[in-house]
Design a protein around this ligand. Structure first.
Ligand SMILES: [Zn+2]
Length: 307
C-alpha cells in the first residue's frame, strides 16, 4: 500500500514534468502492481479452438493463424503468417504465458518474430525467439547498442503492469516500403505512425490482409500515449486507404465487443480517417476532461490529449 502511494506520487511527478498525462491517468486507474487477474474463459465461435487454458487458435486462411489471448484483460491477438520457407509471428503478446509451444504446434518453419510496435503487450515473448526483426526507423535504430536492443521505458510502458522490459538481439532490420519474402508469400512493410512513431503494419496484397497492430481495432484507440500524434494518425489512414481494397480484412491486435479474432473492414478505416480529419480541423468535439474521447463509429472511438 505504502509502496503504491510512493509509486503513484512518482508517476504524478513524471506525468506533470513530461506532460505525459496518460501516465498519470493510467496510474490512477490502478494498474500498478502487476496485470489484473485473468478473465474467465470466454465464449468463442465454433471455429475457434483453445490451445490450452490460455491461448486460442483461429485459422483466418490456411496460412494465417490468429493466436488469441482472451483471458488477458487487453485481449491481445498475435498472428502467425506462414510462407513456404519461413514464417512471421506478428506480435508476441504480453508474455504472461510462453507462446513458443503454440507456435511449435502450428509450424516447423523457421519463425521470425516482429512487433507491430514496442509496447509491452506486443513484445512480451520476443526474447524467447532466436530470430527477431525490427522496423528500421530512426527511433528504433537509436535504441540499438552493442549489448542488444533496449526499448526505452516510454516506448515499452511495461512499468504500468510490472512487466519487464527485455533486451532483444535483433537479427534483421526491415526497411519501410520494402517487401519481406516468406517463400510464395510476400508482404509489404509499412511504417504507420499515429499510435506510436515506429508502428509497423504489414500488407499482404495477395491474401488481401492488412496486419494492423494497435493502429485500428474494435474499442478505444490510444492516440494519447508517448509518441502518439493525430497528424500522423490522419496521414497513415489516408495512405492505408490508398493501398488496400474494398474487400481487405484488417487483422487487429485487440477486441472489445466481438468474439473471435478482431477483424475490421475498410469502412472502419474510412470512418477513422473522416473522424481524424474533423478532429484535426476542430470540427469534432470530444468528451472527457483528461484525454478527450472521440466517437468514430458504433464500435470504435479514439482518445487523444492533443487539444
Ligand atoms: Zn500499443
Amino acid at each position: 500500500m505504502t509502496k503504491n502511494v510512493v509509486v503513484l506520487a512518482l508517476l504524478i511527478l513524471v506525468a506533470t514534468t513530461w506532460s505525459n498525462r496518460v501516465v498519470l491517468m493510467l496510474a490512477i486507474t490502478g494498474l500498478i502492481g502487476g496485470p489484473p487477474a485473468l478473465n474467465e474463459k470466454s465464449e468463442e465461435p465454433q471455429h475457434v479452438k483453445w490451445f490450452d487454458n490460455y491461448f486460442t487458435l483461429e485459422y483466418i486462411d490456411e496460412k494465417t493463424i490468429a493466436i488469441g489471448e482472451p483471458r488477458y484483460w487487453q485481449v491481445n491477438y498475435n498472428y502467425l503468417i506462414l510462407g513456404d520457407e519461413r514464417a512471421i509471428l506478428f506480435d508476441s503478446g504480453p508474455g504472461l504465458k510462453d507462446i513458443k509451444p503454440v507456435i511449435a504446434s502450428l509450424t516447423d518453419l523457421p519463425v521470425t518474430v516482429v512487433a507491430s510496435h514496442l509496447h509491452y503487450d506486443h513484445v512480451g515473448n520476443h526474447d524467447r525467439f532466436a530470430s527477431i526483426a525490427m522496423l528500421d526507423v530512426p527511433s528504433t535504430r537509436a535504441r540499438a547498442t552493442e549489448n542488444g536492443f533496449k526499448i526505452s521505458s516510454m516506448q515499452h510502458l511495461g512499468f504500468l503492469e510490472n512487466i519487464k522490459n527485455p533486451v532483444l538481439n535483433v537479427s534483421e532490420w526491415w526497411q519501410p516500403n520494402t517487401h519481406i519474402d516468406l517463400g510464395g508469400r510476400t508482404l509489404k512493410i509499412l511504417n504507420a505512425p499515429g499510435h506510436t512513431p515506429d508502428s509497423l503494419i504489414l500488407w499482404d496484397e495477395q491474401s488481401d490482409l492488412l496486419f494492423a497492430g494497435d493502429y485500428i481495432y474494435d474499442g478505444l484507440l490510444y492516440a494519447m500515449l508517448p509518441g502518439s500524434d493525430l497528424d500522423d494518425y490522419e496521414q497513415t489512414a489516408a495512405r492505408l486507404l490508398s493501398i488496400i481494397n474494398d474487400t481487405t480484412r484488417l487483422l487487429t491486435a485487440h477486441r472489445e465487443s466481438t468474439s473471435g479474432a478482431p477483424i475490421l473492414a475498410r469502412d472502419d478505416l474510412l470512418d477513422l480517417h473522416q473522424a481524424l480529419q474533423k478532429i484535426n480541423r476542430g470540427d469534432l468535439k470530444g468528451g472527457g476532461w483528461f484525454s478527450k474521447t472521440y466517437k468514430i463509429n458504433q464500435r470504435l472511438s479514439l482518445a487523444s490529449d492533443q487539444y
